[in-house]
Design a protein around this ligand. Structure first.
Ligand SMILES: [Zn+2]
Length: 369
């Protein structure tokens, strides 16, 4: 995530912290001060927040390590002001596995809360006569309450909360995954509306949370729908096979001319029939500026991603578009086509139109680069 720094590594997973996280620490300290607190109470508030986020890291590790059992790696864990995010390579397909991975996070906080309760019980805290200052200023009790709130918050059955995933996994054990997601997303949206209305009268934080849940529900439903649309399709099904390509020693001026005349923004470069890389329009202009018109085409090739095999499932290809708008499809070192988000979209569109008809839609080539 942009604006995050790596601060360490736990169990082989990068731990990152987003810069906005520091605002919450400042804000907590500041609000403790202006509400008439001393330096000591301010420090305690900051300490609680840091301890709570340590619990959040353990919560995310709960997700990451349980996913590991099912062979799924975690790219990183990032701390944000709203909590933590563990970026798993993917979610388990099996609803039972997803349920366990989703529930493992809150389970960690339940264990922490139990340990803190036992600690407070053994030190005789609960046996003391009730004293409001003693109760509200006890560090361990505050941490216990914070963990309980974290569990309750995460059990709300709405995306992107863990409860939303648990709810979807339960639904998906009895019905189609896409339908289960749609129902879970709609329940999440309904809850978001109620929460937003309640927040309007009670607390502005509830309104913010409602917006967060509303957009999370929509994003999850959308993602699952796209995945379902791509089911069974591979790179070969969506590639553009008609395009112009150039030899590596062609001058950049000629490449530019070709790009202008044909309207093709991404031009593959070959050397003796072997694929070298792709010149993107922006790289082409920069290379002409830097090296001049007569420099060879290969000098303008940008950082090239690894080629995609024609049989790669499109669900695996999709995340790669986040960093590259055009991907070469390579077989036996030969370029056989280009994949773009538009060509994939077109394939989905054609498939929907042809579904149920007798024409086999699997091998028609869209023609836009
Ligand atoms: Zn979680």
């Amino acid at each position: 995530m942009n604006g995050s720094w790596k601060i360490g590594k736990i169990a082989g997973i990068d731990l990152k912290i987003h810069f906005t996280f520091f605002f919450i620490v400042l804000w907590v300290g500041f609000s403790a001060l202006i509400s008439g607190g001393t330096l000591a109470t301010m420090l305690q508030s900051i300490l609680i927040i840091l301890a709570l986020f340590f619990c959040v890291v353990l919560h995310e590790l709960g997700h990451a390590l349980s996913a590991k059992i099912f062979g799924i790696d975690t790219r990183d864990i990032t701390l944000l002001p709203i909590g933590g995010v563990a970026r798993l390579e993917k979610m388990p397909e099996d609803p039972k596995e997803e349920l366990l991975v989703a529930a493992a996070g809150p389970a960690v906080n339940i264990v922490i809360a139990i340990i803190l309760s036992i600690g407070l019980l053994l030190t005789g805290f609960f046996a003391l006569p009730f004293n409001i200052t003693a109760v509200t200023s006890n560090f361990w009790l505050q941490l216990l309450v914070a963990n309980v709130i974290l569990v309750l918050f995460n059990l709300i059955p709405a995306f992107p909360m863990d409860g939303g995933r648990v709810f979807r996994a339960i639904l998906a054990s009895g019905m189609d995954y896409v339908k289960a997601t749609r129902i879970a997303a709609n329940v999440g949206r309904g809850l978001a509306v109620l929460m937003g209305i309640a927040g309007f009268f009670l607390n502005p934080w509830l309104v913010l949370t409602a917006i967060f849940i509303w957009s999370g529900a929509g994003a999850e439903a959308q993602q699952v729908k796209i995945k379902a649309d791509l089911q069974g399709l591979v790179a070969r099904d969506a590639l553009v096979s008609q395009f112009h390509q150039v030899e590596g020693n062609l001058p950049l001026s000629s490449v530019f001319q070709l790009s202008m005349q044909t309207g093709q923004y991404n031009i593959p470069v070959l050397s003796n029939g072997h694929f070298l890389g792709i010149i993107r329009r922006s790289d082409l202009l920069k290379a002409i500026d830097r090296l001049g018109n007569r420099a060879p085409a290969y000098a303008a090739i940008g950082l090239e991603p690894k080629g995609i095999h024609p049989e790669t499932p499109l669900t695996e290809v999709l995340p790669k578009f986040a960093t590259q708008r055009v991907l070469p499809v390579i077989k036996d070192r030969q370029l056989i086509g280009l994949l773009t988000p538009e060509s994939v979209q077109q394939r989905i569109w054609i498939n929907k139109r042809l579904r149920g008809s007798s024409i086999n839609p699997a091998r028609e080539e869209p023609d836009v680069v």
